[in-house]
Design a protein around this ligand. Structure first.
Ligand SMILES: [Cu+2]
Length: 169
């Protein structure tokens, strides 16, 4: 009898939860914003933050707040002008194309891992960024990261620890 009563009570409690409409899953995480920036004379350009931790499926928004430049967010992937593969195997590459000042581009990534990306006109100037999606297992892509991104990008471990790492332009 005790077991049966417990079951009945549990059933009533679950029905009550359904009636008051508790969500089945946690609400979607906030949009993560990455600003495309430049200094006044255009001699320095960067992604801010340069390294970001996001959850799978979370929306990432790049916004160009640099009044003097167009920028792109472009994955390190052979599909993007033969660049080395620096995103997880099987993940889709992206290219925002040129964003004029105040324009933005949104993306969400579902495959856990480390993603490196760059800005087409400013790759040589070191405009690159890194995303860590989820809690990736295994190591970083073995493909060589071009300079100067190699020097600038924070390690995945640092990104996981700090969630967002700002560049020091
Ligand atoms: Cu740029």
């Amino acid at each position: 009898m005790l077991a049966r009563r417990t079951l009945l009570r549990a059933g009533g409690w679950a029905a009550g939860l359904a009636l008051i409409g508790l969500p089945a899953a946690a609400p979607a995480a906030a949009v993560v914003e990455i600003r495309m920036r430049g200094n006044a004379d255009g001699s320095k350009v960067w992604f801010d933050p340069i390294g970001v931790l996001v959850e799978p499926g979370q929306t990432i928004r790049w916004i160009n707040i640099d009044p003097g430049n167009a920028h792109t967010s472009t994955a390190y992937h052979p599909a993007n002008a033969g660049h080395p593969l620096r995103i997880p195997e099987g993940a889709a590459p992206w290219n925002s194309d040129y964003l004029l000042p105040e324009q933005s581009f949104e993306l969400s990534l579902t495959t856990a891992g480390v993603y490196d990306y760059f800005c087409i006109p400013h790759e040589e100037a070191g405009m690159a960024g890194r995303l860590v999606v989820g809690r990736p297992q295994g190591s970083l892509s073995a493909a060589t990261l071009p300079e100067p991104a190699r020097r600038l990008l924070p390690s995945p471990e640092e990104i996981v620890r700090r969630k967002a790492v700002r560049a020091t332009p």
